[in-house]
Design a protein around this ligand. Structure first.
Ligand code: CUA
Length: 165
């Protein structure tokens, strides 16, 4: 079978491109541990009071690991502030009590779509002290732009002193 020279070139280019894309995906997943944020299951948004989301907040799991249970609703997040020590590795479980919201943390690789009925899960490590915005990045009504909270990452010594008090 005769294949045009240019046709052949494009076929080669396509195969090379495909190989590059697959290699980039593999490198991201294996070398850089990039994961698509997942779901930790389904939940009835009308019954959050009978679940772990009844008391939104941060839990110390030891060894620098923390879990945050967070509820998004028009137009606030609970808890309304999060304080962690430098180096904290935090897993966020996030769900919505009403409509679709967003969840993104400034300067960190944590980005979710927060759906009613779904428990979104993502995690990140806070290596730099400072204050970082966690905000809703999905338009959710007239109070959308007010829907953000602060994550305060304390220097290791400050956090230690606060715990000893
Ligand atoms: Cu919630 Cu925008």
């Amino acid at each position: 079978m005769h294949i045009e020279r240019y046709e052949k070139l494009w076929i080669y280019a396509f195969v090379v491109m495909l190989a590059v894309f697959v290699a980039a995906l593999m490198a991201g997943a294996i070398l850089f541990n990039v994961r698509v944020p997942g779901s930790a299951g389904l939940i009835n948004p009308a019954n959050l009071d009978e679940t772990a989301f009844a008391n939104p907040g941060i839990r110390d799991m030891g060894d620098g690991n923390y879990e945050v249970y967070m509820v998004a609703r028009m137009w606030s997040f609970q808890p309304s502030q999060i304080v962690v020590p430098e180096g904290a590795h935090v897993t966020f479980y996030v769900t919505s009590a009403d409509v679709t919201h967003g969840f993104i943390i400034e300067h960190h690789n944590a980005n979710l779509e927060v759906l009613p009925g779904v428990i979104g899960v993502t995690n990140t490590t806070f290596n730099t002290p400072g204050t970082f915005k966690l905000q809703c990045h999905e338009y959710c009504g007239r109070g959308h732009q007010m829907m953000h909270i602060d994550i305060i990452v304390e220097e290791a010594e400050v956090a230690l002193a606060a715990n000893e008090e």
